[in-house]
Design a protein around this ligand. Sequence first.
Ligand code: GRF
Length: 220
Amino acid sequence: MSGVRKIRLVVLISGRGSNLQAILDQAASGELPVEIAAVISNRPGVAGLERARQAGVPALELDHKNFPGRPEFESALIELIDRHRPDLVILAGFMRILTADFTGHYRGRLLNIHPSLLPKFRGLHTHERAIAAGEIEHGASIHFVTAELDGGPVIVQAQVPVWPNDDPDTLAARVLEREHRLYPQAIHWFAEGRLRLDGERVLFDGQPLDRPLRLENPSG
Ligand code: GRF
């Protein structure tokens, strides 16, 4: 591995955890300079928690249904996350809307992966919507999380073609494969200290990005 110091990472999930798996695998092989301090799911018993356990990573459940409202859930979540002293917190299929209090607490050290080429198709059902809109290109984005849903500054994107015979499932599978390379790449840059949030802009190697990086060609 490169001489980069390992950062402490907390991963928030709600389900399957295939992005988590890609990160666990790269952390285990030493490709990714991270120590995964904890994986936390707001849904009990999901597959992603089992993936964490298999990798020897603390797998924690914090069921949002056990709290009277969003603020109470989020304070408990912040307390649980902060107990693990993360340098970086990532949302990997975490399906809860977060308040400005939460996103403000982790500002500049909270990332999300979204399955579209943001700013296109914020929110849910992105693959269906991309097909319905007649897009010929689709993909996924990694962005810093701010108070605006799927609206924080985009760091890097991966593009895939949309084929005429695609349905949402075939398109989702093509995008997901790229997601599994995209998240590790962004985390790697963060660990190397190459990424920073500066107001509403991303700085990469100290320079503001005027458009998102592309997975294929990060410096281009
Ligand atoms: C991914 O498509 C991700 O982009 C979106 O939720 C999905 C999570 O999949 N935010 P997985 O749980 O990582 O398999």
